[in-house]
Design a protein around this ligand. Structure first.
Ligand SMILES: Nc1nc2c(ncn2[C@@H]2O[C@H](COP(=O)(O)OP(=O)(O)O)[C@@H](O)[C@H]2O)c(=O)[nH]1
Ligand SMILES: [Mg+2]
Length: 301
């Protein structure tokens, strides 16, 4: 079965891709084993020219709308696009996963584009446990761009930046006091910063925000609006430019990300073994029994 699904994915077959995504999201033992053989094989076919772009910002800042506009132009360049839309706030706001799909209606209905809402129950700090695996599937299927849309809430930004080549942070025009400072973390992590909704009444404020942030941020920063095609073009140019000038940085980033990924796989497996060992033991004194548990573990590994 695996051989068949692998060749179908390599040929870009949508049904095979959907099936593989379901397998990697599943937590059953059987699917975990399948995931391992599937992804380790697909990894050999990883397309190094696939651009992985993290897109973070608060809910309602216009991430999905911007990805739709950027994506539409990339489709005109005959690119294949995948969007992994992860929204940890969806259980609270309800229907925001559906919202993502409607905001990206062109992309959702285009044969060269695959929009995958990631159910929030799989989220861990805004990042799905299986996001790396999903990226590997789209990369092997020769998608040119993979957008990972997440809600930026502190820790999430670190997690997304560990998955992508280029990290875009989407902010809104700031007012008064907010202009004074921008989170240090954003400056460190972002590769490109957007101030969105620079239209109508907010346009002046957006431009002021850009100028103010430029004083303290050393990253490309532009105001943008989904209603301004030239601004969307500008974002695409910034992304292109990033990939042309930062080739070496991206290479190093990917090596570190693979190390991190391998580490998390080991941690996951170890955790399962540790669970099995501790669950079977009657623990009277945790400190006393720690050594014995470690001995048992050593035998198992
Ligand atoms: N005025 C204006 N509204 C926008 C812009 N981008 C998005 N919106 C609106 O902001 C709302 C939230 O957009 P959405 O893309 O769902 O935000 P997300 O939660 O960050 O994905 C929607 O009503 C959009 O139509 C923009 O550039 N200008
Ligand atoms: Mg969205």
């Amino acid at each position: 079965m695996n051989k068949e699904i692998i060749s179908s994915i390599l040929n870009g077959d949508r049904r095979a891709i959907a099936k593989a995504l379901t397998i990697v999201e599943s937590t059953t033992d059987k699917d975990r084993a399948l995931t391992e053989s599937l992804i380790s094989k697909l990894f050999e076919y990883k397309n190094t020219s696939t651009r992985i772009i993290g897109f973070s910002g608060i809910t309602g800042s216009g991430k999905s709308s911007l990805i739709e506009e950027i994506g539409k132009r990339l489709l005109e360049q005959n690119k294949k696009i995948a969007v992994l839309a992860i929204d940890p706030s969806s259980p609270i706001h309800g229907g925001s996963i559906l919202g993502d799909k409607t905001r990206m209606s062109t992309l959702s209905n285009h044969p060269d584009c695959f929009v995958r809402p990631v159910p929030s129950k799989f989220n861990n700090g805004g990042i799905s446990r299986s996001t790396r695996e999903a990226v590997s599937i789209f990369s092997a299927a020769k998608y040119d761009y993979i957008f990972i849309e997440t809600v930026g809430v502190g820790q999430t930004e670190y997690s997304v930046s560990e998955l992508c080549d280029c990290f875009v942070v989407n902010l809104l025009p700031a007012t008064g006091d907010e202009l004074q400072g921008v989170k240090k973390g954003i400056n460190e992590l972002a590769d490109i910063i957007l101030i969105n909704k620079a239209d109508g009444a907010l346009e002046t404020q957006a431009n002021l925000t850009v100028n103010e942030y430029k004083k303290s941020l050393m990253k490309p920063i532009v105001s943008t609006s989904i209603y301004a095609p030239e601004k969307i073009e500008e974002i695409i140019k910034l992304i292109d430019n990033f990939f042309f000038t930062e080739t070496e940085t991206i290479k190093i980033k990917r090596e570190l990300q693979n190390q991190q990924w391998a580490k998390s796989l080991v941690v996951n497996d170890l955790e399962q073994i540790i669970d099995a060992v501790t669950e079977k033991s009657k623990i009277a004194n945790p400190y006393h029994e720690k050594k014995q548990l470690i001995e048992k573990l050593k035998k198992l590994i």
